[in-house]
Ligand binder design. Structure first.
Ligand code: AMP
Ligand code: ZN
Length: 489
């Protein structure tokens, strides 16, 4: 959409540090520098992780619509992230389980992460630096912390950050040093190696570890997890981060420690704005391996759902609220997207009319997203456009076309037409006959035969003779599902 000069809508989000809404601004006046903590690539991302990864995409789409440029860096953690009990690197633990080279595992899951993002229409970051390939950057950062007096060598030869030297430690998360008790499970400690219980390792001595280790001036070892994000964000974003994004669990200790490591080196607040996304539950419960309820995007697709139905569900909830996803909400999301695509096909039969009324709807809906990413409100407004009696088809078309790139739901795509597998048409006709004769035993039998061909049949209200419409999203490698509907015409 064309914007009048000076009509640039500011995008505001809730900043965890100042605890208020703040506008996202490029410090260099041109390009907004964004850093989003990426995946630890020892397993597939689950739908919760994907909710957080969608955040940077939503922000960028809103910024683009406001005429801002942005540069997004997302790291790939392939070393240094310790397991919950701090006994082993997550990638090395997985390497032991799969009996495969740790880097081969990391590359496989990294590729699958990119596939998932593409399926959700999350536009790629400008760069995905891997921690294991940025070790010199981290060493340089640690050296600077030594020079500034923030780093020291522990009795175990690991290098630690002196948390008491950083005066504003705890401002991001509210976990002040004087309240953190020894034994709190926030950072692994070799008994007695650190000067203070809340200090954390910048570089860990290799000890018995023989893989994923590097030679340094302080001996052989591997990086701590937090130093990766300080070093990589400042290196790739030229010394300043305008907006830093991650899930709420990263606020402490990961981001609190990152801030302590970065600020002394930049001599300033290294990050202007900290944006945290709340967690996703599935059917009312925290997703966990032990509960057996971890849902992946491929599980969603294996049930025949369009992956963008998940994107829709995420946008129906504000990023700052904990969200409960369910199979029922995914199905509901899918049916709205399908209906909106069908509507657009009707509307685009007439020329686009970008009238004042249409423009004001567009600005209003963009404004909803701009106000702390209020996507639920923006989706309600889209529904109102759909149902409006005062807007013409041409105006609705203009609104859909202008906003499609803001939502990323592919609303201009026609619902896909499909070729039925051989024999399916005959079965469908026979089933329709059986139903009209109220022979439900026969119709159920035919439904099962269709299912065996990979065709799912769903009946809705039949008025007149009913025309047949197929809607399908087929993905290679996933079961073939077709939804057949007798639509009201
Ligand atoms: P990880 O791969 O475990 O390092 O996590 C990647 C991102 O997903 C981080 O920003 C986490 O904060 C975020 N995350 C983890 N679990 C969830 C969840 N259930 N809902 C939303 N985000 C999550
Ligand atoms: Zn990080």
């Amino acid at each position: 959409m064309k914007r009048a000069e000076g009509e640039r809508i500011e995008i505001k989000v809730y900043d965890t540090l100042t605890r208020q809404l703040q506008p996202i601004k490029p410090r260099n006046g041109k390009v907004v520098h964004i850093y989003c903590c990426g995946p630890t690539v020892y397993r597939d991302a689950h739908v919760g992780n994907l909710r957080t990864f969608l955040l940077s995409d939503l922000v960028r789409r809103a910024l683009t619509m406001s005429g801002f440029e942005s540069l997004l860096i997302q790291n790939i953690t392939d070393v240094g992230h310790m397991s919950e009990d701090f006994e082993e690197d997550k990638i090395l633990a997985q390497s032991r389980r799969e009996k495969r080279d740790p880097f081969a595992i990391a590359r496989d899951y990294e590729a699958r992460f990119h596939d998932d993002l593409a399926l959700l229409n999350i536009s790629p970051a400008d760069s995905y630096p891997r921690a294991s390939e940025c070790i010199p950057m981290m060493l340089g950062h640690i050296e600077k912390l030594f020079e500034l007096g923030y780093a020291y060598r522990g009795d175990d030869t690991s290098v630690y950050f002196d948390s008491q030297k950083f005066n504003s430690y705890g401002e991001l998360s509210g976990n002040r040093l004087d309240a953190l008790k020894p034994g709190h499970r926030y950072e692994f400690t070799e008994g007695g190696a650190k000067r203070f219980h809340a200090d954390w390792a910048l570089w860990k001595a290799a000890g018995n570890r023989s893989e994923m280790i590097w030679d340094t001036p302080w001996g052989r070892g591997f990086p701590g997890w937090h130093i990766e994000c300080s070093a990589m964000s400042l290196h790739y974003l030229n010394g300043h981060v305008d907006l830093h994004i991650g899930g709420i669990d990263l606020r402490f200790p990961h981001h609190e420690n990152e801030r302590a490591q970065s600020n002394p080196v930049t001599g300033d607040e290294a990050v202007d704005l900290w944006l945290h996304g709340e967690h996703l539950l599935f059917e009312g419960r925290k997703m966990s391996k032990s509960a057996g309820n971890v849902v992946l995007l491929r599980d969603v697709m294996a049930r025949g759902f369009d992956p963008l139905a998940i994107r829709f569900c995420f946008m129906e909830n504000r990023y700052r609220s904990q969200m409960d996803l369910s199979w029922a909400s995914i199905a509901a999301g899918q049916s709205v997207i399908r209906r909106w695509r069908e509507k657009y096909q009707e509307w685009c039969a007439v020329p686009q009319e970008l009238t004042v009324a249409a423009q004001s709807e567009i600005v209003k809906i963009h404004g909803n997203v701009a106000e702390d990413l209020d996507t639920p409100r923006a989706l309600i407004a889209l529904r109102e456009v759909e149902k409006s009696n005062s807007l013409s088809f041409g105006e609705k078309r203009a609104i859909w076309e202008s906003l499609d790139s803001l939502f990323g739901l592919d609303l201009l795509k026609p619902p896909q037409e499909v070729e039925l597998p051989a024999g399916a048409e005959e079965l469908i006709s026979a089933r329709a006959r059986a139903r009209s004769e109220k022979n439900f035993i026969e119709s159920d039998k035919l439904r099962d035969q269709l299912a065996a061909l990979g065709v799912q049949v769903r009946d809705t209200r039949v008025v007149r003779m009913g025309s047949l419409q197929l809607s399908l999203r087929q993905r290679i490698g996933y079961p073939f599902h077709a939804l057949l509907q007798f639509l009201v015409r």
